[in-house]
Design a protein around this ligand. Structure first.
Ligand code: NDP
Length: 448
């Protein structure tokens, strides 16, 4: 039998050859595979059953045309995607992203990550992801609605409460989910939990909006506890100012941190007295404007063009909550030089592999996204439970369950890392723990 390193190298070569020009997908696959050497050593049966070759190949990839008409009567054509990656442990589950950078490789990286993240939640959900290269910025309300409706006239064929349950991601929030759900219902006449992240009046769950950001902070707090530390009194920098970033900032403040900087894709604000989150919510959630408007409300704050500069702000906690590969090696070195204690990933794959190495080499506590941002999808699964039971839990009930889940994910990730001889390495812990459950289910279900 081949050595585990060779098995992994061969699978990786096949992934790169079969999926050309998809660097984000290669990066996500490599990060998981390189963690798995000790697992392959212990479980040769996974190699014989082709688990690795199968787990890197999506079960189904759907690509479709999305035509829509703007307010001036001009026709536009975008591309829609849904990648149903792995259904070994439950129906496909994962968000939809609307952003001009979206392509098949990005959706595959997100769907692959989602498979292991969903496994870590301990809930019965498989991995999927989707979206479009549509840019919601600057579009009118009716343009957004028409786009969502057109997107759904194709996607509805492939989703369903027990088949595939999408949710939001970058550029897709409660408004877009509402329009897509409305069209789904019209086309199918079904009123069931086909989406999560729905509005509260039609089957959404209290606490879902806050879940990814809050969950991240619960996870980081639990990790800090293990090192005799806590969030209280720490200075935090949080990139982004969307759904994840806003509620990460809210929970960080509730736990006693001073959040001094936030960003959008144009630039970042630095407010040494602490970011006023009500202002951010007003600008981003109500007015849908740029973060530089913050200075109109708080002239003593600074605004800097360019989002990358946020990592030059001195902090104890760095929480990347915007997008993939937003912290590169150079930014990681600056964070370390400025004395960062912990980096908690809220966005998906926000740190490059080189950045992660800098953090690990310098003993910075590091939480990988697939563990620390799993609170969003975990609460989506709680929304699915409430939908099938035809009842609604209170905010407090959902929040308590979320906290339990995040604490459990931290403990499991940290224990698995230790059991495999890599104490404190949560990257390996999360990859191995997430993989094992999916691999076991695939073994049990035969070669399908
Ligand atoms: P939103 O669309 O609500 O917010 C995204 C934020 O990130 C915005 O402030 C946006 O700025 C900024 N951003 C987007 N692209 C870039 C870029 N290329 N460079 C710099 N900033 C950028 O999305 P979410 O908050 O929902 O998602 C953020 C991250 O969290 C993503 O990686 C997503 O996959 C991940 N995630 C989200 C979950 C959820 O429940 N929503 C669950 C788990 C992970 P601008 O407005 O200028 O574009």
């Amino acid at each position: 039998m081949k050595a585990p390193e060779q098995v992994i190298k061969d699978v990786m070569e096949q992934v790169t050859r079969r999926n050309p020009n998809e660097p984000e997908f290669h990066q996500a696959v490599w990060e998981v595979l390189e963690s798995l050497t000790p697992v392959i050593e212990k479980h040769p049966e996974f190699v014989e059953a082709g688990i690795l070759e199968r787990i890197v190949e999506p079960e189904r990839q759907i690509v479709f045309r999305v035509p829509w008409v703007d307010d001036n009567g001009r026709v536009h054509v975008n591309r829609g995607f849904r990648v149903q990656f792995n259904s070994a442990i439950g129906p496909y589950k994962g968000g939809l992203r609307f952003h001009p950078s979206v392509n098949l490789g990005i959706i595959k990286f997100l769907g692959f990550e989602q498979t292991f993240k969903n496994s870590l939640t301990g809930l019965p959900i498989g991995g999927g992801k989707g979206g479009s290269d549509f840019d919601p910025k600057g579009k009118s309300e009716y343009e957004i609605m028409r786009f969502c409706q057109s997107f759904m006239t194709e996607l509805y064929r492939y989703v369903g409460a027990d088949v595939d349950v999408p949710a939001g991601d970058i550029g897709v929030g409660a408004r877009e989910v509402g329009y897509m759900y409305g069209m789904y219902k019209k086309l199918t006449t079904l009123y069931h939990g086909v989406f999560t992240g729905k509005g509260i009046s039609y089957g959404g769950s209290l606490g879902r909006r806050e879940a990814t950001g809050y969950g991240l902070l619960y996870f980081v707090e639990e990790m800090l506890k293990d090192y005799g530390e806590s969030i209280k009194g720490k200075t935090a920098v949080i990139s982004g100012s969307g759904n994840v970033a806003i509620y990460a900032a809210e929970k960080a403040q509730q736990l006693g941190a001073l959040v001094v900087a936030m960003s959008d894709s144009n630039g970042y604000i630095y407010d040494p007295d602490g970011i006023k989150l009500d202002t951010i919510k007003q600008i981003k959630e109500v007015e849908r404007k740029r973060i530089k408007e913050y200075r109109n409300y708080h002239p003593s704050a600074q605004y800097h063009e360019g989002s990358k500069g946020i990592w030059t702000v001195k902090c104890d906690l760095a929480l990347p909550c915007a997008t993939q590969n937003e912290i590169d090696e150079e930014s990681a070195k600056i964070l370390v030089a400025n004395g960062v204690m912990a980096v908690g990933e809220g966005a998906n794959m926000p740190s490059t592999p080189e950045a992660i190495k800098v953090f690990q080499d310098n003993k910075v506590l590091f939480t990988p996204a697939k563990a620390s941002n799993a609170g969003g999808v975990a609460t989506s699964a709680l929304e699915m439970t409430q939908n099938s039971m035809r009842l609604s839990w209170t905010f407090e009930e959902v929040d308590a369950k979320l906290k339990d889940i995040m604490v459990r994910i931290y403990r499991q990730t940290s224990k698995v890392a230790k059991d495999y001889g890599f104490e404190g390495d949560l990257v390996r812990g999360a990859n191995i723990a997430g993989f094992l459950k999916v691999a076991d289910a695939m073994m049990a279900q035969g070669i399908v």
